[in-house]
Design a protein around this ligand. Structure first.
Ligand code: ARG
Length: 308
């Protein structure tokens, strides 16, 4: 289902007004904060941190990567296309756009392929879609995570991220930090690092319950409607929703998780994974990455690329 169908009409009115009121230099970027605005506070919660880990991906078989494609000449990409500014299908559009989309389109081009995106459930990427060969790759702001390496391989990292705690400034203005969530319900997207972090907080009695949604859009919508107290989600994506016109949505705390995103690739396609690695590294080295980053985030990358 497309995001347009899930968000209520009221939000879309707001989105439309917002879009017409703002003329932005980049399609996904927030306007840079004015110097007088104090930076968003940060917290570290050990169990919420997601380090890349050490398990190496499956070794290449030494065959032409093209023999590992699902369809000749096509890079079949599975994405949960509801995660601005990484991938989203804008109202009225048929195909997704976003930072990830530009990146995998460039990778495909350099490999002599055409990228084809299919919308899929995020958590199904690891449990079924990639292991069964439904897609060649999963590109969906996927955090490289040790547990996911049981079923998929990852490319080199291409993005650094943290989680964030977001509130509704009208309905839940008194929440200032994760410590204010005791007795409250938090919304997350199912199968994500945000969900794992929220579940950890619940196990410690720091939140009452975790409401998991199949996509991030409905989790944010629940917060905007006042049905939950907060959302825990990747910071740049929550910012993506704010930028698309949710004036009561606010990131109040950054949960430092040091996540790194990678393309997830079927373990049956190790030569394809290696070919993508080479192109991603070249794209990061030759400045193309910085151009794509600036287009969507409005600034040069705030981390060194290639990512260490
Ligand atoms: N980075 C987080 C994770 O890997 C969330 C990604 C969600 N992506 C999406 N397109 N909905 O768990």
């Amino acid at each position: 289902m497309k995001r347009a169908a899930r968000f209520g009409p009221a939000l879309f009115t707001v989105l439309a007004l917002f879009a017409s009121a703002c003329s932005k230099s980049s399609p996904g970027a927030s306007t840079s904060p004015s110097p007088s605005v104090s930076p968003t506070p940060e917290v570290s919660i050990g169990q919420c941190e997601t380090k890349q880990g050490t398990q190496p991906p499956t070794a290449p078989k030494g065959v032409d990567f093209k023999t590992q494609l699902k369809e000749p000449g096509v890079l079949n990409v599975g994405s949960d296309n509801d995660f601005p500014p990484f991938e989203e299908i804008k109202p009225g559009a048929k195909t997704p756009d976003g930072f990830d989309v530009d990146l995998y389109t460039e990778v495909a081009k350099r490999l002599g392929l055409t990228a084809k995106s299919t919308t899929t459930n995020f958590d199904a990427l690891f449990t079924s879609s990639l292991p069964t060969g439904k897609f060649d790759v999963g590109v969906s702001a996927v955090t490289i995570k040790e547990s996911r390496k049981q079923t998929v391989d990852f490319t080199v990292p291409y993005f650094k991220s943290d989680l964030s705690l977001a509130i509704n400034t009208v309905k839940t203005p008194n929440i200032k930090t994760v410590d204010d969530l005791v007795g409250l319900v938090v919304a997350v997207q199912k199968g994500t690092t945000g969900e794992a972090c929220a579940q950890y907080l619940k196990s410690k009695g720091k939140v009452k319950d975790v409401k998991s949604f199949g996509n991030t859009g409905p989790a944010i919508e629940d917060l905007l409607a006042g049905r939950v107290a907060a959302v825990i989600n990747d910071r740049p994506a929550t910012q993506g929703y704010i930028d698309r016109g949710a004036p009561t949505l606010k990131v109040i705390q950054i949960i430092k998780t040091q996540e790194q995103y990678g393309f997830a690739v079927s373990k049956e396609k190790p030569d394809l994974r290696k070919a993508i690695d080479d192109q991603l590294t070249a794209i990061m080295r030759d400045g193309t990455y910085a151009t794509i980053y600036k287009k969507w985030f409005g600034t040069p990358p705030p981390f060194a690329v290639p990512i260490q």
